[in-house]
Design a protein. Structure first.
Length: 123
């Protein structure tokens, strides 16, 4: 899960997601379309994880900033271990409230800067 988040964060999303998605669950989407997903990711919290044989699940919360709002992608993902690698099967989303960020509030990315001088400087 962390490696998938890092791919988002580093802007290397498309190719890595395609490589780590199980062939039986791969959506009809291209590397280029996945690369278009541009979010200001600011955090990852692993809530829990389980592993039973070749099946695993990870509950996580990945936070990102969209305009002046902090949003949380909360999901429980299922993975299958095959050919010495974990592959993503699917996930169930959990609804999370959105949090409005004021200009003078500390930026949620933990930069210790005010939002207006960090992720909010182009708003």
């Amino acid at each position: 899960m962390r490696s998938r988040y890092c791919a988002f964060f580093l802007g290397k999303l498309g190719r890595y997601l395609i490589q780590t998605w199980h062939h039986s669950a791969l959506p009809d989407i291209t590397v280029q379309e996945l690369d278009q997903v541009s979010k200001a990711w600011v955090g990852l919290q692993i809530v829990s994880g389980t592993e039973k044989g070749d099946l695993g699940s990870v509950e996580f919360k990945a936070s990102y900033i969209e305009l002046d709002t902090l949003k949380i992608h909360h999901e429980t993902s299922r993975f299958l271990f095959e050919q010495d690698q974990w592959f993503y099967l699917d996930g169930s989303l959990v609804s999370e409230p959105e949090i409005k960020i004021s200009r003078n509030q500390q930026c949620p990315c933990n930069s210790k800067k005010k939002f207006k001088a960090c992720h909010g400087k182009n708003l």
